[in-house]
Ligand binder design. Structure first.
Ligand SMILES: Cc1ncc(COP(=O)(O)O)c(C=O)c1O
Length: 376
């Protein structure tokens, strides 16, 4: 099996798994119980993980709130800030190509009376910071723009958008689930107030993520849950020590530049190999602004689901895994201007840390054979 679905989830790095294992058994303890040594050791391991996560995005450890993943972090940021800042305004700005875990909480807020402006992207998948600036109003409280798109790999201009939000006293949130570990992130330099992360997108375990909340009293979201007051009361519930430790270790293992250079080379090999075999093959998203290893490719005249069925040894996706079950054409590809047949002829290839050159060559050959197969 050749796994090319890294934007959906990355395999856990064996070094991450090794760091986690003791906390499931021999070192298991509730990290919130400081009355015994194992509890204190678990708490210390979590604080170490918090430092590792913070360091990846150039934040302070106290600014990291552990969550169950990026979906929860996005919900906490958007609903929590909307509720905390409701007295100042009820207008939020976002972008059409955001993940469902941003668009759906915003749709819920719109049903409750907030106004949400959804900005378009250009044909290459980028939002224009001038459009963001024009959308801001006196009652705008929050702008949410993802760092990297999960279907196309397109990188958004965060620093420009962050600067214009900060200048107007508007909070800036970014869903960085697909960016962490693949791009350097500096929350201070990009003037980001809230940032969502997910461990299972960067070779960590599924079921844990974090929300970065810039240390400034007025940035705190209203919590989604009530409970025991953990995570400064912003996200109550017993912290899952093994998952937090794995997340921290995954962040510590990130070597962005060297790793991305290798993945970029393999991505180019895949693209060139397929281009030679598939007339009219198109790449979606401006490659000048794409992270290495995420390639959204349209095979004109083909049905991507049928093609995948002919490729049983290749783990691929037609788009976002979460939309795959609905059967609806991808809203991300529609926002880039693709019509329904083109969207349905599109496959997403997601390479990662463990992808090899041999796998790429075999994948290209498999696709070539599947396309050459006579129609039934
Ligand atoms: C851009 C983006 N945001 C959010 C999520 C949700 O992350 P999680 O699975 O950690 O809830 C994903 C993953 O599906 C994603 O790609």
């Amino acid at each position: 099996m050749i796994y090319l679905d890294c934007p959906a989830t990355t395999p856990c790095d064996p070094r991450v798994l090794d760091a986690m294992l003791p906390f499931f058994s021999a070192a298991a303890a509730n990290p919130h119980n400081r009355h015994h040594a194992p509890g204190r050791a678990a708490a210390a391991a979590i604080e170490q993980a918090r430092r590792q996560v913070a360091s990846l995005i150039a934040a302070r450890p106290a600014e990291i709130i552990f969550t169950s993943g990026a979906t929860e972090a996005n919900n906490l940021a958007l609903k929590g800030i909307a509720r905390a800042w409701a007295g100042r305004g009820r207008h939020i700005v976002t972008v059409a190509t955001e993940h469902a875990s941003v668009l759906e909480p915003l749709a819920a807020l719109a049903r409750e009376g907030w106004t949400v402006t959804i900005l378009p992207v250009d044909g290459g998948g980028r939002v224009d910071p001038d459009h963001v600036a024009q959308a801001l109003r006196s009652d705008t409280i929050l702008v949410s723009v993802m760092a990297v798109n999960n279907e196309t790999g397109v990188i958004q201009p965060l620093a420009e958008i962050g600067a214009l939000c900060r200048a107007r006293g508007i909070l800036f949130h970014s869903d960085a689930a697909q960016a962490a570990g693949r791009l350097p992130i500096d929350v201070g330099a990009s003037k980001i107030d809230l940032l969502s992360l997910s461990a299972h997108k960067l070779y960590g375990p599924p079921g844990v993520g974090a929300l970065y909340v810039r240390q400034c009293a007025s940035n705190d979201p209203v919590p989604l849950l009530d409970g025991g007051g953990q995570e400064r009361g912003l996200r109550p519930g017993t912290l899952p020590t093994p998952l937090c430790v794995g997340f921290g270790q995954a962040c510590a293992l990130v070597v962005t530049e060297a790793e991305q250079a290798g993945i970029a080379r393999l991505g180019e090999r895949l693209w060139q190999g397929l281009r030679r075999r598939v007339p009219g093959l198109r790449r979606n998203g401006n490659p000048a602004y794409c992270v290495a290893g995420t390639l959204s490719l349209t095979f004109p005249g083909l049905d991507a689901t049928d093609l995948m069925a002919d490729l049983p040894d290749l783990a691929l996706s037609t788009g976002a895994a979460c939309q795959a079950e609905s059967g609806a054409p991808s809203s991300v590809l529609s926002a880039l201007g693709l019509d329904a047949p083109a969207a349905q002829a599109t496959l997403r290839f997601g390479l990662g840390r463990f992808t090899t050159e041999m796998e790429i060559d075999r994948a290209v050959a498999m696709i070539g054979r599947a396309l050459a197969k006579p129609e039934p």
